[in-house]
Design a protein. Structure first.
Length: 111
């Protein structure tokens, strides 16, 4: 069955976490408060969605996902254009994720 893009968008609106994620992101773009607690909430929602995707086996991008350069560039662009992204990434790392542009678990410390 082929899903239309519109169908997928409507299905996403049924996911309260994703709707909250979009709302928070939109609200944050309207302010420049460096210590806004919504940044942490946004990262927590993203980490939860990444956890769900990993549990469902939906975090493998195949060969395209093995090239770090495009993902590194996206991460760097985001951090350069929005300083709060650095806090967002720190919070994601605390929750076990190395990056947001490609679902990748933070490496476990040797031990």
């Amino acid at each position: 069955m082929i899903r239309s893009h519109g169908f997928i968008q409507h299905a996403q609106l049924d996911n309260p976490e994703l709707v909250r994620f979009y709302l928070l992101g939109s609200e944050l773009l309207e302010t420049d408060a460096a210590d806004d607690p919504r940044v942490a909430e946004l990262a927590d929602i993203m980490a939860g969605m990444l956890d769900q995707a990993a549990a469902a086996g939906q975090t493998d991008f195949g060969a395209a996902g093995r090239d770090d350069l495009p993902f590194d560039l996206l991460d760097m662009l985001a951090v350069e254009s929005e300083p709060r992204i650095g806090r967002f990434l720190e919070r994601l790392r605390e929750r076990g994720w190395a990056r947001w542009t490609r679902p990748e678990r933070w490496p476990e410390p040797p031990g």
